[in-house]
Unconditional design. Structure first.
Length: 148
C-alpha cells in the first residue's frame, strides 16, 4: 500500500483575495516576506528562479498551473516536490493554504523534510500576514537561521 504524504500550512490573511494572490505571484511583493530575488512573476508554464541571498541558495520553480485568485501549482526544490497555493475568499479575508507533496525521502529523512516544510511554509504565511495586514517586514526568513 502506498500513501501520499501532504504537508499543509494555512493562515487567514485579512485582505481581499486579489491582493493576497498578487503577493504570491509578484516578486515585488513576495520579496518583502519570503525570498530576496526572483527572475520574474509566476505565470502558467513559466520557470523562474527564486533566491535567498543571505543563505546563498537558489531554487528553480516550475509553474504548472494558475487559476487567478484561486490556485498556483508549482514544482520546485531538490529533490523536486509539488507545492500548491490555494486562495479561498472568506468573510474576514483570504484563507491561504499551502500544500507540499511528492516527497521521495523515506524514514528519518522524510520526517526531517516534513518538519522543515511545515515550519518553513508556516513562517512564510506568518510573514505574509504581517506584511499585507500591517505593512511590517518581520525578516522571519532571514532571521530563521542567523548562524549562517
Amino acid at each position: 500500500m502506498s500513501i501520499t504524504i501532504y504537508v499543509e500550512a494555512q493562515m487567514l490573511i485579512r485582505k481581499p483575495v486579489e491582493e493576497v494572490f498578487e503577493a504570491f505571484v509578484n516578486p515585488e511583493v513576495t520579496t518583502h516576506f519570503w525570498f530576496t530575488k526572483s527572475t520574474g512573476k509566476l505565470e502558467a508554464g513559466k520557470t523562474v528562479v527564486w533566491e535567498w541571498e543571505m543563505y546563498n541558495v537558489k531554487n528553480t520553480v516550475h509553474v504548472r498551473h494558475i487559476v487567478p485568485n484561486q490556485v498556483i501549482k508549482t514544482e520546485w526544490g531538490e529533490p523536486s516536490v509539488h507545492v500548491d497555493y490555494e486562495f479561498r475568499e472568506m468573510e474576514k479575508g483570504t484563507l491561504v493554504v499551502i500544500k507540499s507533496y511528492g516527497f521521495r525521502q523515506t524514514g528519518e529523512d522524510l520526517l526531517k523534510t516534513v518538519n522543515d516544510n511545515t515550519g518553513g511554509f508556516t513562517t512564510v504565511l506568518d510573514g505574509c500576514k504581517a506584511y499585507l495586514e500591517y505593512g511590517i517586514k518581520l525578516n522571519l526568513i532571514e532571521d530563521k537561521f542567523p548562524q549562517k
